[in-house]
Design a protein. Structure first.
Length: 373
């Protein structure tokens, strides 16, 4: 009896129920790509070069279709929120985008969200979302440094990595992330160091993991408050408080503030020019909350609730900070204390101050937000 005849007998004799049943493929997670514009949607007048392009040109549908590999990892939904170069992004856009994301993430069937964004203001939008999205589902902000029609564009691989991260259960609870150049960066710490590929970095802290061949791999988790743990609720907010950002420089005289300004972030390594000291003394006397940030985002010692020089003013220098007491020349003026930034870029300190001012104008309570977020 030949082998083939035996096999045919076995097949004929086997009842249908004994046949192995096909195992249904697990459904891919649903990820929504929300587009706002930027170089990732940029198109050149002369394709095939690196320069000369219009950001915010391609639609979200075109961007997603240009990366067919996305469908191996997720079921993709798309939404065109804006299509602009990111310097056009306003605080009102942050609020509207965060509201939209909070609403979408309530859907049980949605695993995560990817926001495509211009890289120039990406770090601000990502940090606003980090502070205001009340969910532990992944939200990933992604951009590109080369336009979509450029030679070797980075947008497609960045988008693929962002979608793989947003689709991953490992990304839950990690806060809003920025995925660029195979790196997973916390939105709290990421910054654009330079306008070429590889230019996004978190410096000394804040790189959470990498997107490797097998997908996202995490090594660290943010310790500061975010996501479900955030106190900031923007549901009833359309307009954020006005906060100015001002650099200290030799001969500076301080900012000229409009009547609606509630807060100022002053950027200095330590100390102020004489004219600035007068201006900041006046700002504090008016009850405007003054926050000091270090230019590179380093830690500023002191602050309204932290250690630092006493109320009569104290030693000045990198370890003292000008916050806790009145500025020089202001001894005994009983000014409200000012606030020290804890390892945050000045432009991000401005965002945290805007949100803090939606809850309090007390500098000591504002300091608490800077200590916890
Ligand atoms: C932009 O920020 O919209 C333009 C620059 C970029 O996306 O790299």
């Amino acid at each position: 009896m030949s082998r083939w005849f035996v096999l045919a007998l076995v097949l004929v004799a086997s009842p249908a129920a004994a046949q192995p049943q096909p195992v249904p493929a697990p459904e891919l997670p649903v990820v929504r790509v929300i587009a706002t514009g930027g170089t990732i949607a940029g198109v050149q007048d002369a394709p095939g070069t690196l320069g000369g392009y219009r950001a915010g040109t391609r639609s979200v549908g075109e961007i997603v279709q240009s990366v067919p590999e996305l469908t191996r990892f997720a079921q993709i939904e798309t939404e065109q929120f804006l299509n602009v170069a990111s310097p056009e992004i306003l605080p009102s856009h942050w609020v509207a985008l965060s509201k939209r994301i909070n609403e979408l993430l309530r859907r049980d069937d949605l695993e995560g969200i990817v926001v495509t964004h211009g890289t120039d203001r990406l770090e601000e939008t990502a940090f606003f979302l980090y502070l205001t999205v009340k969910s532990d589902k992944p939200v990933v902000v992604v951009g590109a440094q080369r336009p979509a029609t450029g030679i070797s564009p980075d947008g497609p691989i960045n988008l693929l990595s962002a979608v793989r991260t947003a689709a991953s259960p490992k990304a839950r609870g990690m806060g809003v992330m920025v995925v660029m150049d195979d790196r997973i960066l916390s939105a709290r710490e990421n910054r654009k160091l330079y306008p070429r590929t590889g230019g996004f970095s978190t410096g000394e802290m804040g790189m959470l993991g990498v997107v490797a061949g097998r997908g996202p791999e995490f090594f660290f988790k943010p310790a500061r408050r975010h996501g479900v743990d955030t106190e900031f609720d923007i549901t009833a907010i359309d307009t954020l408080p006005t906060v100015e950002l001002v650099f200290s420089y030799p001969g500076g005289e301080g900012p000229r503030l409009g009547p609606n300004t509630l807060g100022v972030v002053a950027v200095t390594t330590s100390g102020f020019a004489p004219g600035e000291r007068d201006a900041f003394t006046e700002i504090r006397r008016r009850g405007i909350v003054l926050v000091q940030a270090f230019p590179t985002g380093e830690h500023v010692a002191g602050g309204a609730t932290g250690p630092g020089p006493g109320p009569g003013g104290g030693p000045r220098g990198p370890q003292s900070g000008p916050q806790a007491g009145p500025p020089p020349g202001g001894t005994g003026m009983n000014l409200p204390p000012s606030v020290a930034v804890q390892h945050l870029l000045p432009q991000k300190a401005r965002i945290l101050l805007m949100l803090a001012l939606t809850k309090t104008k007390d500098p000591r309570e504002v300091q608490r937000f800077f200590n916890e977020y």
